[in-house]
Design a protein around this ligand. Structure first.
Ligand SMILES: [Mn+2]
Length: 410
């Protein structure tokens, strides 16, 4: 990301604001001895992937004024932490001309305090038994002094911007998806009974790293047998047994953009008849849902068609008697937006528009048979329909069995 991508985004942000409205985006902090990961709204609007930064923009008299707050450099900390971003670099990388230091945040904001009507910020959500979020904590003195200022969730304002992906963003997603697909192929080519789930995880992670994508988009799920029927299983620490079906819900990160792919494969040379039956019905529904995708379609329509399709299929094979029982075996939504966040901004009631990227991921989970199947692709909505960005990653039974026949077996 560079000012060529981020400056136009902030110009569009400015267009969403009325006079007296401001935007404050708190960048994330560096946790001790852990990898830094930037707040996605901060990254989207500034392109700066560094900790301890705050962005402030305000509309006044039709004019949009922007300030970035950075840390003061402390010469004797450099040997520990390296050089901090300086003002010149911050402007070059973000295109934001005015740079101040973090200790100037309150004095600077106070100058605009009586003029501000609303602040849109990455507030987060208050939770019982949890401390206030950084934004709540940081804005408290301002709220006390200027009680007329309404504090709003930034995501509600900017979701319409973030959910339309430009070409550069789609390229990042495509690269994340392609490398994830290569890693999935590596796993399918090498997985054997007796391995641990985390060995499969390591195979994909290695592929990501040698391809220049050193970060996961989200914590990977590698789940064999019964574990695949546990929706948020993420321990990845069980031994994989012969005959089990392995479910992988994984995605690499490319410049902050996350792939989100789920594939299943048998740990022998082929699917058992029951695995095949369930897998095929999930696949048929998944393809039907993908075929529906075009501008104007609502996510809620995709959800309803998925439930109806899966219910009809399970009635046909006598697993359930009537449609309402489908919730026993399928209990999540079929789609979410994908982008900087794996579950990206955009909402559940959205109407699809060109430039949206969504997942399509129906599943059937039968714990009593130690079987879970989910198939997930990443789909771009185009002007006339859709393009499956993950189309190169095999999912047909015949293709998967062909790969597995060639894989070494213990
Ligand atoms: Mn997903």
């Amino acid at each position: 990301m560079n000012p060529k991508t981020t400056t136009p985004r902030r110009e569009r942000l400015a267009e969403l604001l009325s006079d007296g409205e401001g935007v404050i985006i708190f960048g994330n902090s560096q946790p001790k001895l852990q990898k830094f990961s930037q707040d996605k709204n901060f990254l989207y609007f500034t392109g700066l992937n560094e900790p301890e930064l705050i962005y402030f923009g305000i509309k006044m008299g039709g004019y949009f004024s922007e300030t970035l707050f950075i840390e003061r450099s402390e010469p004797d900390r450099i040997v520990w932490e390296g050089e901090k971003l300086n003002a010149k670099q911050a402007t070059e990388l973000s295109g934001i001309p005015r740079i101040l230091h973090l200790d100037e945040f309150y004095p600077h904001l106070s100058m605009f305090g009586s003029f501000l009507t609303t602040i849109h910020t990455n507030l987060g959500f208050a939770e019982l038994n949890k401390p206030p979020t950084l934004a709540m904590h940081m804005l408290e003195p301002l709220r006390t002094r200027f009680p007329q200022i309404a504090i709003r969730q930034l995501n509600d304002l900017i979701a319409p911007l973030r959910k339309i992906k430009d070409k550069w963003e789609i390229d990042q997603l495509q690269k994340a998806i392609d490398v994830t697909g290569q890693g999935i192929a590596d796993i399918m080519n090498s997985a054997q009974a007796g391995m641990m789930e985390y060995e499969l995880e390591a195979t994909l992670f290695y592929r990501m790293q040698v391809n220049g994508l050193p970060h996961w988009g989200f914590a990977p799920i590698i789940a064999a047998g019964l574990n695949a029927a546990t929706l948020h299983y993420g321990d990845n620490n069980c031994r994989i047994n012969k005959g089990e079906l392995v479910l992988m819900d994984v995605g690499a990160d490319c410049n902050g953009y996350s792939a989100d792919i789920t594939r299943c494969f048998p740990i022998g040379k082929k699917f058992s008849p029951r695995q095949k039956q369930i897998y095929q019905l999930v696949l048929d529904v998944q393809k039907k849902i993908i075929a529906m995708i075009k501008p104007g379609v609502k996510l809620s329509e995709l959800n309803k068609a998925t439930r109806d399709g899966l219910a009809a299929a399970l009635i046909k094979i006598d697993l359930i008697k009537n449609e309402s029982e489908i919730s026993r075996y399928y209990m999540h939504s079929v789609s979410h937006f994908l982008g900087l966040d794996t579950h990206d901004v955009g909402g559940r009631e959205a109407v699809l528009e060109p430039g949206n990227v969504i997942t399509v991921e129906p599943g059937i989970y039968i714990p009593e048979e130690k079987l879970g199947v989910r198939i997930e692709d990443d789909v771009l909505v185009t002007k006339t329909g859709h393009k499956v960005l993950s189309a190169a990653i095999p999912k047909e039974i015949a293709d998967l069995e062909k790969i597995r026949r060639q894989a070494p077996e213990k």
